[in-house]
Design a protein around this ligand. Sequence first.
Ligand code: BES
Ligand code: ZN
Ligand code: ZN
Length: 498
Amino acid sequence: MIEINVKAGAAAKQRDDAVVLPILSERKLTQAGRELQAATGKNIAQYLRKFDHMGEFGDFGMLYEVEGTFSQRIVFLGAGDEKKLTLDALRRLAAKVSRQLEAGGSRDISMYLTELSVRGASLADKVQAVAEGVELGLYRFDKYQTKKKETSRSLRSVTIMIESRKELSAAEAAVNRAQAIARGTNFSRDLANEPGNVCTPEFLGEQAAALSHKHLKVTVMDKKAIEKAGFTALLAVNQGSAKEPRFIVLEYAGGNKSDKPVALVGKGLTFDAGGISIKPAAQMDEMKFDMCGSAAVLGIFKAAIEMSLPVNLLGVIASTENLLGSAAYKPGDIVTSYKGITIEVQNTDAEGRIILSDALAYAAERKPAEIIDFATLTGACVIALGAQASGLMGTGNKVIKGLKKAGDHSHDRVWELPMYEEYQEQIKSEIADIRNIGGREAGTITAACFLSRFVDDIPWAHLDIAGTAWNMKGTDISAKGATGAGVRLVLDYLLNRR
Ligand code: BES
Ligand code: ZN
Ligand code: ZN
């Protein structure tokens, strides 16, 4: 695990493998750079002209063993136009440079990124963004690459340099918060990146149980317990699989005893082949990620424990595979859900909403303050919003508003789609209460309409993370594979909830 420290002090005095200095557009130095120039008597500005590209966002250049300094390398990192800087830009810069220096063999580095000014951001915000960037950017999932694992060296410590000692304690608190958030995100990524033969419903149950803590109670129901409890919709989807389903309940007591919990509900499809309405073969391997909703829930619980989040939480995860065994549920079947609502199955590939119907109904029964669900629910959401925002829908105006704010602040972004009453008509069934598909139009919304039938009058927000939960190209802060979408978002929301 990487160590992240905060410290105030001059660049020339640090003894590290690398000292990172930001450079603004047009090769402009920042305060730390000017001080380095004064302390060493070197014309740093002149060095900077030697790099073909320096100053634009992401530019990277190094000088070794600069006279008058004690570090092996001075690293210049282009930060672009200061007026355009955001917390997300800081997070990305920290991620990029950490990865690059780790690849170059550095073990201990310090960086002067928080002196960059970001409109509306406090020092704590900036420290948090940088620390998150370090932890998120260095994440790798290479446990199955037997050779690579033996040879790679890791970064050991990152020191985030700040300007004044007076702000050390606020900055340290920000680092702790960032580490809890990022480790929760990375835990979520780890679960999701595991292949489907390892990450089974049983495995998810074990991982949830392993989180147990004095403020967290975890209940994992096996198939027998699920049958007894009557989670019949989950059982219907499970029929085609040789593996048992799991229904997981987490209760975290971080708030006042009398506070109603916030319920977090996750879709835990450990592999979605589509069932009898089978998916095409291309990229079907990616359907191991169909449990990212449940991974987000578990990541949030992990972070909540680590940061002693002062909120009560109820977690509910329904988990199964969606396969084609001879007992598989079929198009045309009618399933009576836990809540008693009957569902006409017109497409067995629209299974997420079916298992979530039981998880949401159970959560609503517990009368939480509000419900937030996470699900890789619709391909239509990938088409509508791509990888840049999760779809947000629901009935709880306050929670929806809060999530939008949290999305902007954490840059784990959301975009609201409307839930007009008229859309509900698309899921009418001729022979049951509702059907599980709503036709080609507005597929993301009609899936949410389906879910809305199971939450009673509890304020509810639904996050469709189908486009954001994994990224096969990778991003500045996420390696290829699972991104941990929803974790930063909802932790930001819970931390600022009133
Ligand atoms: N897990 C998929 C949704 C999905 C598709 C997520 C692609 C990420 C990428 C879900 O279970 C599904 O198959 N949904 C169907 C619903 C349709 C049959 C109404 C879909 O979106 O195609
Ligand atoms: Zn499906
Ligand atoms: Zn699915």
